[in-house]
Design a binder for this molecule. Structure first.
Ligand code: 13P
Length: 249
């Protein structure tokens, strides 16, 4: 059976002190839940975050990594470096990386492969832009993003893949996909995976929704059968909001 997951993507927010303070509050207030709970602080605070959460169920994950093993890639971080500090899951393909750092499907496919070669779990993000949805092209865009980065993987690799559908128009805008829109897309994603691989793989992959998830809308979105949790931006920076969202799963 697939896991329920609530993950907080902190993006470029929270210095060391703020990271430690937020993690201490989250650990203290974490409700009893079957869901996996994850947080993705900034790179420089990952080690400290791992230490803070040693006795906690909350997993520390990374926001990005490079596809090369090592070498002359100034400013970048490798798979080995993550494993070495006990970070075993990485977000790949966030729309902000695609838009501001020119990460193409080809680059993302290489990153995914490198992570999997190191037995790192991948939380793969994808989603259409507003123009795609207006042009009723959103299913095609999503299918292509999945196909280009993931559909060359061996079937066995899918046990280490988590999907996060994040429509770009809903990220940080306060505008959310309706629960029906999220369900419609998640169902489509599962069907597309079943066609490319098989129904078991499709049934076992967790598909998270991301884009302006808040305590107020989380219960309805998480209530949909193909929505297995959320990837939360802004609301994950506020302890009480993130806790309320975890309670909604
Ligand atoms: P918001 O929740 O701030 O819209 O961000 C979503 C997101 O990009 C998570 O990765």
């Amino acid at each position: 059976m697939r896991s329920k997951i609530v993950a907080g993507n902190w993006k470029m927010n929270k210095n060391l002190e703020e990271t430690e303070a937020l993690l201490a509050t989250l650990s203290a207030k974490l409700p009893d839940t079957q869901a996996e709970v994850m947080v993705a602080p900034a790179y420089v605070n990952l080690s400290a975050a791992v230490r803070c959460l040693e006795a906690s169920k909350i997993e520390v994950i990374a926001q990005n990594m490079h596809f090369a093993e090592s070498g002359a890639y100034t400013g970048e971080i490798s798979a080995d470096m993550l494993l070495n500090i006990d970070v075993n899951t990485v977000i790949i393909g966030h729309s902000e990386r695609r838009a501001y750092f020119a990460e193409t499907d080809g680059i993302l496919a290489k990153k995914v492969q490198t992570a999997l070669d190191h037995e790192i779990r991948v939380m793969f993000c994808f989603g259409e832009e507003l123009e795609d949805r207006k042009a009723n092209n959103h299913f095609n865009v999503v299918e292509n993003q999945l196909r280009n980065a993931l559909f060359s993987l061996e079937a066995a690799s899918w046990s280490r893949i988590i999907l996060a559908y994040e429509p770009v128009w809903a990220i940080g805008t306060g505008e959310t996909a309706s629960p029906e829109q999220a369900q419609e897309m998640h169902e489509f994603i599962r069907k597309t995976i079943a066609e490319a691989y098989d129904q078991t793989i499709a049934n076992n992959v967790s598909i998270l929704y991301g884009g302006s998830v808040k305590p107020g809308n989380a219960p309805e979105i998480f209530g949909k059968p193909d929505v297995d949790g959320g990837l939360i931006g802004g609301a994950s920076l506020v302890a009480d909001d993130f806790i309320a969202i975890i309670k909604a799963i």
